[in-house]
Design a protein around this ligand. Sequence first.
Ligand code: SF4
Length: 345
Amino acid sequence: MRIEAIRTRLRTLGAQPLHEDRVLRDWVRVMDHDRGRRRPDDFLPKPVREALPQLDAELDGLARVISTHPAEDGSARLLVGLADGQTVESVLLPRDGVCVSSQVGCAVGCQFCMTGQSGLIRQVTSGEIVAQVVLARRLRPVKKVVFMGMGEPAHNLDHVLEAIDLLGIEGNIAHKNLVLSTVGDPRVFERLPQGRVKPALALSLHTTKTDLRARLLPRAPRYTARDLVEEGERYARLTGYPIQYQWTLLDGVNDGPDELEALVDLLRGKYAVLNMIPYNTNPGLPFRRPGWDKARAIAAWLFERGVLTKLRDSAGQDVDGGCGQLRARAAGEQPVTLRRTAATA
Ligand code: SF4
């Protein structure tokens, strides 16, 4: 269900824009329609009031928690069932964040990602994206939403931007706390500056080498690292918040001195944060997680040379923490064993 379809439905029942906003605000903030002095009986048109129980039931049916997997770091992975039986993953993050999925599966096919192995199964609608936030808010406060779960948001941009608009306007989430993560796509750079809610941007870099990037992210747009950073820098200056560059640290693949020196050359002086995330091992995928000491030394080396680097662990490391692992396990999917290429070995 699209958010715009909910608005159209309310409009046909006689709702004005402020009535639509009120109903959607109640949903996304998990608030009772009867709260406050203005009760629905004295505020909303009668046909809208009468339609609310049915609408609420449909919104509740958009997403439900199938299983919860708490981790030691305070995060919890949720396996979320959608109305047609498909499943996605959401992650409750420490410090009031939630990570949502924007697609079932993903077409980019990153070699190190479990979700990428299934290909794209279907898009997640804007209503289903917001429903993941609503589920999270029923469990914990949510002040930050990151679009870093299953899927490439750029491949479902209409729905993702619709969800971002609602979360930023009615959902009481600061615009800089809405983080759209992408491998880098011209549509993102074109459309994000036009929105009334401009989310923060996370760009998946992973390597400075064009040929290695083409192997690791086989169906990502063919940006060079420098072009990607130039696009990111433009958006960072427009919005006033830094770009988060994502770097999944793969042992022996993208952690050599050549990569690190190129990174310094690329990011020093940029309005940027480099999030370095040691790979979370997926059984069946041919990559290794580097040791924590090695990762820490790399982050410190970069930091000393002027790259604002944050070493992070992927949330829920101890509970099948790699994106797509819960879903694969629940669906009985077998991880695909990929042969390592010379460039990734
Ligand atoms: S890492 Fe992200 S973009 Fe790449 S395949 Fe996985 S979900 Fe898709």
